[in-house]
Design a binder for this molecule. Structure first.
Ligand code: GDP
Length: 222
């Protein structure tokens, strides 16, 4: 290989971006919603899951990523989604919408049940390639997020921070939440070092996130 240092990295990034574009040009199809571990769908495709505090912008991001207005209902009340929702993309990868956490107003029994379900899923899913952990760029990583990160570290499940709602921060301040998040995860063994900053409303960072997901598909088959 010749060329300037980093040239092959840049070429790989470009290939991943193109793979991401192609993958997400296909329609994401809802497979099923699960309220119990016995109902999990087959695990023959690689999976990536999306987690985050209620109201972090998870539904909006999933809709923006897949180009569907209501793949995940963006209008749902905080804490209302209590199921794991599975979407198949191009018969090559499954996107899993995990319940939002950190919402205190739901009945305690219900919180416990869906927390347990989510934890059991995260611990026991062999085809789970990565969890995208969504963090509101304005608020940064909070204690509830740290708890989830600790659980993922303990289970050796790879996760990657995705900042949301970047458009709500002045452009001159965009680097700060990225640097803060990078500093927080530096000693966390299962955290992916690259932070992805996104805005669903402005379409920022979606191509990078699609590329990350496409790279996980390619790795399995290549
Ligand atoms: P969820 O509870 O994590 O699924 O969050 P939603 O996707 O329902 O979003 C929560 C609120 O944040 C809604 O009012 C969205 O319109 C808003 N929101 C989500 N993403 C963005 C974004 O990228 N930029 C801005 N400005 N608002 C957003």
């Amino acid at each position: 290989m010749s060329g300037a240092p980093g040239a092959s990295d840049a070429a790989k990034d470009e290939l991943d971006l193109e793979a991401g574009r192609r993958l997400f040009a296909r329609e994401a199809v809802f497979v099923l919603g699960v309220a119990d571990m016995t109902q999990l769908p087959r695990d023959d495709l690689p999976e990536v899951a999306f987690a985050g505090r209620s109201n972090v912008g998870k539904s909006s991001l999933l809709n923006a990523l897949t180009g569907r207005k209501s793949l995940a209902r963006a209008s749902n009340a905080p804490g209302r989604t209590r199921e794991l929702n599975f979407f198949r993309l191009d018969d090559r990868i499954v996107l899993v919408d995990l319940p939002g956490y950190g919402y205190a107003k739901a009945p305690k029994k219900k919180i416990e049940r869906w927390t347990r379900l989510t934890r059991d899923y995260l611990r026991g899913r062999a085809n789970l390639k990565r969890v995208f952990l969504l963090i509101d760029a304005r608020h940064g990583i909070r204690p509830a997020d740290e708890e989830v990160m600790s659980a993922l570290d303990a289970a050796a499940v790879s996760y990657q921070i995705v900042l949301t709602k970047l458009d709500k921060i002045a452009v001159t301040d965009h680097e700060k939440p990225i640097a803060d998040a990078a500093a927080t995860i530096i000693r966390r063994p299962a955290a992916h070092p690259r932070i992805i900053a996104t805005s669903s409303t402005k379409g920022v960072g979606l191509d990078v996130l699609r590329a990350e997901i496409a790279a996980l598909v390619e790795r399995r088959h290549g």
